[in-house]
Every structure is written in structure tokens, then in C-alpha cells.
Design a protein around this ligand. Structure first.
Ligand code: ZN
Ligand code: ZN
Length: 218
């Protein structure tokens, strides 16, 4: 049961293809898990398509113009777009399809690096305007409390975490910005795996994470 969804702003930007790759990946991953946001995206896609049609004046087309246009559209489609999910074993179901390409398979393929306090991360290869990482938070453990200089999207893939805002479980997305200072804590009982994307460095209050920040690229 997903209770925390994408907002219209993110869905519209995704539909228009204006999001950095890291945010595209989070949106595509949420959409692959969420029927509600997939339906809302379809309506934004339809509106966008209609606008493009209206604004385009008819012109004389040369031979091969259609093929060339189709090829251009194909190139322009973001690679992280949600695909229908093929049947997977239970263990493989943690990572939805859009994420699997970035990891080279399922959870077994994630290249975890310790970041302290039992928390591990794996930075994903995306374009430079925003960064994406997988986070592994052991059951009951906390991420250092922090604020945000930009936008942070956190999508839960396994287990659940809670902060001052609410509780977030598989499929839920937390949208954090400059106004939010929080400390996500994984629920006891299950280790929590999240996908997080940020477009600016976090603001840590305590010294240790601040010192480690350049090494963790967080
Ligand atoms: Zn949703
Ligand atoms: Zn945060």
C-alpha cells in the first residue's frame, strides 16, 4: 500500500523530459511500483502531446522526414522510463526494472561501501546535475540528521524508515527540500534499502559526517 506519491511538478517535469537523470531514475522506479502515479503520468503525457501538436504548424515534409523524426523521438526518450516488470524471483524483486540496469542485476550485484554506523551506500552512475545512490540502513539504525540545500527524493525499496514527517515503506517516496531537517531511522525488524537522489550537498549538523562528506559525495 503506497501512501506517499510523486507530486504534479515532478510528474510534469518527467513527462517533459527536463529532470536530471538521477531524479528521472527515482520517478521511473516509483512509477514502476505505483499504478496511481503511472495513470497521472499518462494524463500529463497526453496533455504534453496535444500541446506539441497545437504549436506545430504544418510544413512540407521531405522524403525520409518521418523516419528521421521517429529516430529522433526514440533517441530523446529517457533511458530510465518505466518498463513493464517481467516475472522475478522473490529475492530479485527488491530492485524494480528501471534500477536493475544501473546495478547490473538484482540486490546481489550492488557494490556496497560502508559510510559509518552500519549504513552502506552505492553511488549509481548518472549525469552530473544530480546524484543517485542506494542506501542500506540496518534495522533500527539511523542516518545522521541533516538538512537540504536542494531537492532530495528518497524511495523505499525494502523495509521502512520513519522521520519527523511520517513513516515510509516500500514504494513510498519522501520529497525533502530546504525547509526540512530530518533524521531517517530504519524500523526494527527489517534492514531498509532506499534509492535517494539529491541535486545539492546535504547539510550535516554534527562534525563527523561533515568531515566525511567529500569522501561520501553526499
Ligand atoms: Zn505514486
Ligand atoms: Zn534528507
Amino acid at each position: 500500500m503506497i501512501t506517499h506519491h510523486l507530486n504534479d511538478q515532478l510528474l510534469m517535469a518527467y513527462s517533459a523530459g527536463t529532470l536530471p537523470e538521477a531524479f528521472n531514475l527515482v520517478v521511473a522506479t516509483h512509477i514502476s511500483l505505483c499504478d496511481e502515479c503511472r495513470a497521472r503520468l499518462a494524463s500529463f503525457d497526453a496533455v504534453g502531446g496535444a500541446l506539441i501538436e497545437e504549436q506545430t504548424a504544418p510544413v512540407q515534409m521531405g522524403v525520409g522526414a518521418l523516419a528521421a523524426t521517429l529516430a529522433r523521438i526514440k533517441d530523446a526518450v529517457p533511458s530510465a522510463r518505466a518498463q513493464p516488470t517481467p516475472a522475478l524471483s522473490t529475492r530479485d524483486r527488491v530492485l524494480p526494472v528501471p534500477l536493475r540496469a544501473y546495478v547490473g542485476g538484482g540486490v546481489d550485484r550492488i557494490n556496497w561501501r560502508p559510510v559509518g554506523g552500519g549504513v552502506k551506500q552505492a553511488i549509481l552512475p548518472t549525469s552530473e546535475h544530480a546524484s543517485a545512490r542506494l542506501l542500506y540502513i540496518p534495522a533500527g539504525a539511523a542516518v545522521p540528521d541533516h538538512g537540504h540545500r536542494g531537492l532530495e527524493l528518497t524511495l523505499v525499496l525494502q523495509g521502512a524508515f520513519a522521520d519527523s514527517q511520517d513513516r515510509f515503506a516500500r514504494g513510498d517516496i519522501e520529497i525533502a527540500d530546504e525547509d526540512l531537517h530530518h533524521q531517517p531511522v530504519a524500523e526494527p525488524g527489517a534492514d531498509c534499502i532506499c534509492l535517494a537522489a539529491t541535486d545539492a550537498p546535504l547539510k550535516f549538523r554534527s562534525l563527523l559526517p561533515r568531515l566525511a562528506q567529500p569522501f561520501l559525495q553526499i
